[in-house]
Design a protein around this ligand. Structure first.
Ligand SMILES: C[S@@+](CC[C@H](N)C(=O)[O-])C[C@H]1O[C@@H](n2cnc3c(N)ncnc32)[C@H](O)[C@@H]1O
Length: 230
């Protein structure tokens, strides 16, 4: 008979209590994604509706560009996390002729779409196919004066991962650099899933607890919020 069968009721309670105490963060399940953005059909489907579903994304793109143009330090190198089909990157490359962009995304399909969108501007772009969930995500990429991201932080698939990612971003920023973070928020006018999505206050808290001293909410519209952290 297996040893487990010999446990008394009390032993079983103790074992369960220990398991619960130790069940912590690592055992909290991530939220599975209903789509696989690494596959070309899903990437194309996302690309085709992204702007029509949320036409106000263009206002966010404009604000990203303005923030970079007026940053306290001169911005040459921009890192975009979860760059997808390259909508934001193209806008930034067109508006800011002095920058180069490193586009980090784990989807070869998304990089393919971004390459097409960026076209002749691709000589100012480095495509990096990596997950931003890995400890070595930014290894060997150098440092940046700005890190940007839109509609990608929730792709960590659970909000508990945000602080760690933000801390790694902070390490990859030059002194005086900017972190511009836009994502869906949970709560009124936003998303319902409070495991995947953070409230505006939780987003601010995640940035602060990652060590950013100055965190400001600079644009909120249509369920999206943009924070500037430095
Ligand atoms: C919802 S799309 C947003 C794309 C783009 N930021 C935009 O708004 O146009 C999310 C992107 O994050 C990428 N992504 C998801 N999980 C990722 C991960 N762990 N590491 C890197 N990229 C990831 C997906 O491949 C996809 O391109």
């Amino acid at each position: 008979m297996p040893a487990r069968a010999n446990l008394s009721h009390k032993d079983t309670q103790v074992v369960c209590a220990i398991a619960l105490c130790e069940a912590p963060k690592s055992m909290i399940a991530d939220v599975p994604s209903p789509i696989d953005l690494r596959q070309l059909p899903d990437a194309i489907a996302w690309e085709q509706t992204a702007m029509s579903k949320r036409p106000w994304r263009i206002e966010f793109f404009a604000r990203f560009a303005e923030e970079i143009a007026s940053a306290p330090i001169r911005v040459h190198h921009v890192l975009e996390l979860g760059s997808g089909p390259g909508f934001l990157a193209r806008h930034l490359l067109e508006q800011l002729p002095d920058i180069t962009c490193t586009l980090l995304d784990f989807s070869p399909a998304m990089h393919q779409l971004a390459g097409t969108r960026i076209g002749a501007l691709a000589h100012r772009v480095r495509f990096v196919e990596r997950s931003f969930k890995e400890a070595e995500s930014f290894q060997g990429l150098g440092t940046f004066q700005a890190v940007v991201t839109i509609q990608a932080i929730h792709e960590l698939r659970h909000k508990r991962h945000a602080k760690v990612l933000h801390s790694r971003v902070r390490e990859s920023l030059d002194a005086g650099g900017l972190y511009l973070v836009c994502d869906h928020f949970a709560g009124d006018g936003g998303m319902r899933n409070t495991e995947l999505y953070m409230s505006v206050e939780e987003q601010r808290h995640a940035l602060k607890s990652a060590g950013f001293r100055f965190v400001e909410q600079i644009l909120t519209r249509g369920g999206l919020v943009l924070h500037r952290a430095s």
